[in-house]
Design a binder for this molecule. Structure first.
Ligand SMILES: Cc1ncc(COP(=O)(O)O)c(C=O)c1O
Length: 408
């Protein structure tokens, strides 16, 4: 496997801080065993097959659900924008960094997800870490699912509001917490629409019911919902027909929209407030012209080519069926994210390394991204994967899982 070198980590620590940091040697230990699974280099475009170290590898570790990252039209849109607008915006949206391209993308995103307005940020991470603290104050509450993405966790850490965590998808637990909140305080409920590691969905209808009953505000992270769920791929809120009842819809351009950047879509009043108060929007440079143009083109393709969603779901259903038939433990996933449970951190790294030797790229998921007993490898599909590629991956992964005694 690439990147197993330990020479840099063996340098002699200088000063107190470096001495303390030198105690962090977990990566070195996994590198010594040849099972370090991070920062693996891909030498080309991200499609169903990628080039690594001169070899073709089946890519099942990507979030490019729509497979538009290597689409010629998306690439050309990026090239054209680079030539027209240059390489960067040299400022934040607030000041000199707003291009007509950003505004067009915002209008089309808002229309796509079904909200009054959208604001485009430089990453999805900065949407969550900027929007959440901007919305709530000292006397308010944030109620969040225990498995939300790290960017939501960091957003709530930056907020001054009281923080209440409810058990994953447990609406009784959420209601119990809502009952504790002061009735006249703002209560912001935040969930992932599709949970990024396990692939299960948030119960949007029940969340909406509680939002209405307790006069709360509901924010749904659609990072893994856009381009995957809903009639036109607008996400799980659309899938449940409840877009109007969800106050804030967050999304990213780094997955189905084949680029980098993120958005928050909401009503006029909230958008106006966030535009002038979300610190990661105001104090960070805007999304580059090429990235913005690629996201816009990917969005337009997604909206016109419904075959993308059809293909994605067809191959997803096939993969779900095959993993179940072959005896893998895949949990209650309902999406193109298929967790293959290992339930042991070292074996999770070992099976990731063995899979790559067998020509299959998958991602290890260990704490804090999951509970200690829930370690898994994450297998994700793209619309352009074929049945043959899935079949080949299932066969090779089964061999690795059997070899390591993960399944029998
Ligand atoms: C659920 C979720 N929210 C937010 C993000 C952050 O998005 P971005 O990659 O655009 O920073 C991710 C990315 O991994 C995610 O999975």
């Amino acid at each position: 496997m690439q990147n197993q070198s330990t020479s840099q980590e063996q340098a002699t620590p200088k000063g107190l801080l470096q001495q303390r940091l030198a105690d962090f040697d977990i990566p070195q230990r996994f590198k010594e065993q040849g099972i370090y699974p991070y920062f693996r280099e891909i030498e080309g475009k991200q499609g169903p097959i990628v080039n690594m170290d001169g070899h073709d590898v089946l890519m099942f570790g990507s979030n490019a659900y729509t497979a538009l990252t290597y689409d010629d039209r998306v690439i050309q849109a990026g090239v054209d924008a680079l030539i027209k607008y240059g390489s960067g915006c040299a400022g934040s949206r607030f000041l000199n960094g707003t291009l007509d391209l950003h505004t067009v993308l915002e209008r089309e995103i808002a229309d796509f997800v079904g909200k009054d307005e959208a604001l485009c940020f430089t990453t999805g991470f900065t949407v969550n870490s900027g929007v959440i603290p901007a919305l709530v104050g000292r006397n308010d509450y944030i109620l969040y699912d225990s498995r939300v993405h790290a960017s939501i966790i960091d957003g709530r850490r930056l907020a001054q509001a009281k923080q209440l965590r409810f058990k994953h998808n447990d609406m009784e637990d959420l209601e119990r917490l809502l009952q504790k909140c002061k009735p006249d305080a703002v209560k912001l409920i935040v969930v992932d629409g599709v949970f990024s590691m396990e692939g299960d969905l948030a119960p949007i209808p029940e969340l909406v019911e509680l939002r209405n009953k307790y006069n709360a505000t509901l924010m749904v992270d659609e990072a893994h919902g856009v381009g995957v769920f809903g009639e036109t791929g607008a996400g799980v809120c659309q899938h449940f027909g409840l877009t109007d009842e969800v106050d804030l819809i967050m999304g990213t351009f780094s997955k189905s929209l084949a680029s980098i950047g993120g958005f928050i879509a909401t009503d006029h009043i909230t958008a106006n407030y966030l535009r002038h108060n979300a610190r990661t929007f105001i104090f960070s440079a805007s999304c580059s012209p090429a990235a913005t143009a690629c996201a816009l083109e990917a969005l337009r393709i997604l909206r016109t080519e419904t075959q993308i969603l059809t293909d994605l779901w067809e191959v997803t259903e096939y993969a779900l069926k095959r993993f179940r038939e072959e005896g893998f433990e895949i949990g209650p996933t309902e999406s193109p994210i298929i967790p293959l449970y290992v339930r042991d951190t070292e074996k999770t790294f070992k099976v990731t390394a063995r899979a790559l030797e067998e020509g299959v790229f998958i991602n290890p998921v260990i704490p804090p991204a999951c509970a200690p007993n829930d370690t898994l490898v994450r297998f994700a599909l793209m619309a352009k994967h074929t049945h043959e590629q899935v079949e080949e991956a299932v066969k090779r992964l089964k061999h690795c899982f059997l070899e390591l005694g993960i399944i029998d």
